[in-house]
Design a protein around this ligand. Structure first.
Ligand code: NAP
Ligand code: HSE
Length: 434
């Protein structure tokens, strides 16, 4: 087979065979995309038969120095319409983040007949259904090849091709659980705190400097970024549309050194996990929470910004995807794969099992770890024991604080497997104690 060669194209062929890209965002991810497309341009042209050129990059502040080289034919703009209304631009890549302006950009681009690639999980989690119906509307009556396409591989787990896998590799399968480490920033922070003894603030500052944190890091540390990703995974893996508010969500903001001490004492560590599970044929549940994992669990050694996600399913049984979940090049790599796939004319696969009627149940069973701060006095454990008994919560063990510095005074109740609702009742009653 003869390889398509850009160099042998005539001027008119080359004009038709050029895909002009407008990028919204020239930060961590945007800069990575420009860089990779530049480095790989010959190969991409050979692969697609098209020359992919970044023509405009829209940023907030045009005077800010950039840490990437601007391609010869590219300019920096600050007005959205410079890209959206430019008939020469074929494809829009949205990597500026947020859910307001980014939504306008994506909707206008699609309506203007431009393909869209994004890394914006907050927006996809919020509006994927609306975006998909817009794509359907725009494409009504259009010939195959003229249709607009929408891709978002970088939105979940950065460089790991989990979206593509769920869209294409489970069509004859039935997914029962998706779980693992799905936020790079917090995994980096937990590694830095546990392994390197860094403080929470030091760990967050480092994660931000490395480009792992969201513009608003509350999204990472509060567990909300992981929750958005879990919602997207549930749409793809289970075919269900759940509201993010229905997913129980706890981040890492309340973790203290003493929690790591307890985890060590128990022979493990703490990881922020996202878990989505089919309970039966009719219902699913999901949560984001810091979880204790034993040292022999493979997740215990997944450190820094690495993500790991296990998909359990009927045919494949268990498949684990592991790789860089955040940062410039892993994320930009996923965006570039989407850009190249669209340039090649690949069609987007439909989400797996899109017609599911499964209901979301915001409750699940687990062993729980309750850390109780206390003022020493007689009968504390008795009172806690009574409250647990009242709510049917069986105690597995009570652990005494391994460190006894004033601020960290705490004991821990490890429960048997009980459901979240019972634990919430226990916590409410304990918090009401003097
Ligand atoms: P970033 O480094 O903060 O860059 C954001 C860029 O967007 C900046 O260049 C900024 O312009 C521009 N921008 C922001 N708001 C704008 C507005 N209203 N008008 C014009 N330009 C605007 O962010 P990032 O880390 O690249 O993340 C971008 C997106 O990728 C987000 O949706 C994020 O969730 C997603 N993502 C990031 C990662 C990661 O590891 N970083 C991984 C996966 C997905 P200025 O430079 O002038 O301020
Ligand atoms: N802030 C996100 C994370 C970026 O740390 O996982 C990648 O989605």
């Amino acid at each position: 087979m003869q390889k398509p060669s850009f160099l042998s194209m005539s001027a008119s062929e080359s004009a038709e065979s050029t895909i002009r890209v407008g990028i919204f965002g020239g930060g961590t991810v945007g800069g990575g995309i420009v860089d990779i497309l530049d480095r790989k341009s010959d190969y991409v042209t050979a692969l697609t038969g098209k020359n992919i050129e970044v023509h405009k990059i829209c940023v907030r502040d045009a005077s800010k120095p950039r840490d990437f080289d601007l391609p010869d034919h590219a300019s920096i703009v600050t007005n959205f319409d410079d890209i959206l209304d430019d008939p020469e631009i074929d494809m829009v890549v949205e990597v500026m983040g947020g859910t307001t302006a980014a939504k306008d950009v994506i909707f206008s681009a699609l309506k203007n007949g431009k393909d869209v690639v994004t890394a914006n999980k907050a927006l996809i989690a919020q509006d994927l259904t609306e975006i998909e119906s817009l794509v359907g509307e725009v494409n009504k009556g259009l010939e195959s090849g003229d249709e607009v396409e929408f891709r978002y591989e970088a939105a979940v787990c950065g460089g790991i091709p989990i979206i593509r896998s769920l869209q294409s590799d489970f069509v004859g399968d039935s997914v029962s659980m998706m779980s693992g480490i799905i936020n790079g920033c917090t995994n980096f922070m937990l590694s830095a705190m546990d392994r390197d003894g860094k403080s929470y603030d030091e760990a967050l500052a480092e994660a931000s400097a490395l480009g792992y944190a969201e513009a608003d890091p509350t999204l990472d540390v509060g567990g909300f970024d992981a929750r958005s990703k879990l919602k997207i995974l549930m749409r793809l893996g289970f075919g269900v549309e759940v509201s993010e508010d229905e997913i129980s969500c706890r981040g890492i903001t309340e973790l203290m050194k003493v929690d790591f001490d307890y985890a060590k004492m128990l022979g493990g560590t703490i990881k922020l996990l996202g878990v989505a599970k089919a309970l039966d044929d009719d219902s699913v549940t999901a949560f984001v929470s810091p979880c204790y994992v034993t040292n022999d669990d493979s997740l215990a050694s997944v450190s820094d910004a690495t993500n790991a996600i296990e998909v359990k399913s009927e045919n494949l049984v268990s498949s684990t995807y592991i790789g860089q979940g955040a940062g410039r090049y892993p994320t930009a790599n996923s965006c570039v794969n989407d850009i190249v796939a669209l340039a090649k004319g690949d069609q987007t696969f439909l989400p797996f099992n899109p017609g599911s009627q499964k209901k979301m149940v915001n409750n699940f069973e687990s062993v729980f770890y309750l850390r109780l701060k206390y003022r020493d006095s007689l009968g504390i454990t008795r009172q806690c024991g009574e409250i647990c008994e009242k709510h049917g919560v069986s105690i597995h063990s009570i652990l005494q604080n391994p460190v006894t510095k004033n601020d960290d005074s705490a004991f821990v109740i490890m429960t048997e497997k009980v459901d979240l609702k019972a634990i919430k009742n226990v916590v409410a009653d304990i918090e009401a104690l003097d």
